[in-house]
Write a protein that binds this ligand. Sequence first.
Ligand code: BES
Ligand code: MN
Ligand code: ZN
Length: 497
Amino acid sequence: MSISFSLATTAPERTRADVLAVPVFTDRNLGPGAAAVEAASGGDLTGFMTRAGFTGAKGQALFVPLSGPAKSALLVGLGNEAEVTADSLRIAGALVSQRASGSARVATTLADAAPANVERAVAAQALVEGFVLGGYEFLDYRSKKSERKLATVVILGGGGAATRSALARGEVVADAVLWARDMVNTPARELSPELFAKAAQARLRGRSIKVEVLDLAAMRRLRLGGVIGVGQGSKQSPRFVKMTYSPAGARGTIALVGKGVVFDSGGLSLKTGAGMETMKTDMAGAAAVIAAMSAMADLGVKTKVVAYTPMVENMPSGEAIRPGDVLTFRNGKTAEVLNTDAEGRLILADALALAAEGKPDGIVDLATLTGACVVALGEKIAGLMTNNEEWGDTVEAASKRAGESMWPLPLPKEYRKMIDSEIADMKNISHGGYGGALTAGLFLQEFVNDVPWVHLDIAGPSRASADDGYVRRGGSGFGVRTLLELAEAHRPAKKKK
Ligand code: BES
Ligand code: MN
Ligand code: ZN
């Protein structure tokens, strides 16, 4: 069920919602609206919190029965008052969305809980995102329907036109993230490259984005040897989707690339059973890129964005590429495939080469590329590699505004020889085995010429193994919000004289 959001100047003591959600800070410090709750709770609210072990710490929530205005209040812990950020509000929104899911109508003063350094519009947007993302359920394959009843959220405190449009923005952003999550969670049986490309077309239809779907013949004409090579072991032939968003008066151009391996069995270098369990999610980069494109059009972002998403299934068969085979990519470079499970870099190579040909101001690729990156940074943080420090900083800043965690990793020149091949320009796995996220990045770097480029290895955060705040177990939609922030803030660098 989708939630509708509105803004009201109603005083908390006069709201007629089923649940009134109010913030409480560390040490049971009552936030905006909590005084009305105290008055309607029949007295000793502090004693009630104390007996329940509720301190106002981040992530805590406590229901309080009321004698009006609302039937009950939900106290939401936000931690230290001065440290509240947009992301704390996203988490708070998610918490209310989950705990009050059985109520139809919620009113909340949470948008007023942010300190002065968080704009009210930013706070309201984050809150909306939290409510929607935190209430996400993927029920396509369950026999039971959703039990959620939450249909209306009234954000109290008013705020005018800027806040009102922030609510709409939050809904657009969250809707895009949910679409990406749905794609990632969909089993590969129902998301072949062909169907994934169709889903992208359907998502972008009517959104002023040009979508081109290349089939095998078109890919041959473009000499996309990496995509064709990886795709040849599967009965489901690959696709290559190019998307162009070109608004009038655009400020510069960004290119996006997303890894779209709809299922990664490893190919002839077959994964173990356990290693394959989550490999329907190996298209999360492509899903995030497509979702971000849809939201850019919805929001009327003023940057030209061109996106490339190769879609393949990596399967073993009599027609699959073999360890030892050599592939020739779009830019003429060659790679010896020593391990068919290092397939992501092979399809990204062609996509990055195409992206670089367009000479955009910057390229960003998102890819569930290496287990090594998950070893290094865990499940919640993406690895960020770049050939251009300034572009890297720009992407990192966008990720901070979006509340998506990334951490820089190096692309050490002295490691390049680890991917030297006996017979080709390079090999697709590294000699020695250590530093796998970096050698994968070094492989990709061979295809971007000198265009500023950032590689985001999202193997960890693209999927969550447990619920956590506004992220639910399964596909996370990681990257969508960063790409949006990046495109919105983009200004082409001044040309050096
Ligand atoms: N899709 C995987 C990476 C991956 C692993 C994503 C775990 C999410 C969770 C990728 O195609 C892969 O198989 N990488 C190999 C590379 C190796 C063969 C050099 C890996 O990381 O083991
Ligand atoms: Mn693989
Ligand atoms: Zn893969």
